[in-house]
Design a protein around this ligand. Structure first.
Ligand code: ATR
Length: 283
């Protein structure tokens, strides 16, 4: 039996084990997915003593380790290195390589429900690990990328990193999370992305953007998937906007990780079905 871990803190809320274990079983693969709640202080120890073991095939990485994990790995692929975040690891005989399947996951989710990202104007809430992948994807396609964060310094640092990349064709700006700034950025945006955990169960009544700022020309992408209909999504729809939740991205990033670990094509419909059964309607 090969093990794939989810490394995060906390991880108890995650749906990844459900989705991956159903997929492994449906293809009769001798794999097991396990949630591992690891405080930051124990991350290096875990990587050295557990992740390199022969029975471990790899891992997913989530909050708050997507950046910190990088220094513990032997190699990371080019895109993870550019965005400074890893969410998938493969263990090959004790040699650990990091990848970022969030980018592919977000790209497929957006392509399917929005279409072409060329020259769009996007407002991105948050500047953490998930935002790095999303912001990188847009920096390669959009005309304006506004990264709006509570801690402005983090948004500035991300904007500076992205602006230096040769594939960046956007004007990337960092903005503080204040009402007037949000008002202007959301008004001018084609797409609004929430990469923060605000709105997630159990604090499902929270939102970073007041309803009055949302408009019918906007497409909202909320990375939160539990609940499937966040307050942001509900209010966006009430204002006539189109909106999607984090389920498609969760499935597509998971599908890419599944392929990396097993070499097999992932049963994506089963992944959607498993999540739908657990969370309610999700597409
Ligand atoms: P992830 O890997 O999922 O992106 P993360 O790296 O912990 O998680 O980043 C969380 C993001 O959500 C950050 O941008 C954080 O803002 P700060 O940089 O100011 O911490 C943002 N965030 C989390 N809770 C928030 C809240 N209540 N209000 C505003 N932003 C919040």
């Amino acid at each position: 039996m090969k093990i794939c871990y989810l490394l995060g803190y906390p991880v108890e809320h995650s749906m990844s084990a459900l989705m991956h274990n159903a997929s492994f079983q449906s293809l009769n693969l001798p794999y097991r997915y396990e949630l591992k709640s690891i405080p930051s202080a124990e991350l290096v120890n875990f990587v050295e003593n557990e992740l390199r073991l022969p029975e471990v095939r790899g891992a997913n990485v989530t909050i708050p380790h997507k950046h910190a994990i990088i220094n513990t790995l032997d190699e990371i692929d080019e895109t993870s290195s550019k965005v400074g975040a890893v969410n998938t690891i493969i263990n090959k005989r004790g040699y650990l390589t990091g990848y970022n399947t969030d980018i592919t996951g977000a790209y497929r989710a957006l392509k399917e429900s929005y279409g072409n990202l060329r020259d769009v104007k996007v407002a991105i809430l948050g500047a953490g690990g998930a935002s790095k992948a999303i912001s990188y994807l847009f920096a390669k396609n959009a005309s304006i990328v506004s990264i709006i964060n509570r801690t402005l310094k983090k948004a500035e640092s991300l904007a500076a990193t992205l602006s230096k990349l040769k594939e960046c064709i956007s004007e990337v700006q960092a903005l503080p999370m204040e009402h007037e700034t949000l008002k202007k950025a959301v008004k001018e945006a084609d797409i609004l992305v929430n990469t923060t955990s605000v709105g997630m169960f159990p604090k499902s009544d929270e939102t970073l953007v007041s309803k009055t700022l949302l408009h019918s020309e906007l497409f909202v992408f909320d990375l939160v998937y539990n609940p499937p209909q966040t307050r942001l999504i509900r209010e966006a729809e009430e204002m006539g906007a189109k909106a999607i939740n984090g389920i498609p991205m969760l499935v597509y990033q998971g599908a890419a990780a599944f392929k990396l670990w097993t070499g097999r094509n992932p049963p994506e419909e089963l992944m959607f079905k498993t999540l739908k059964e657990k969370l309610g309607d999700c597409r």
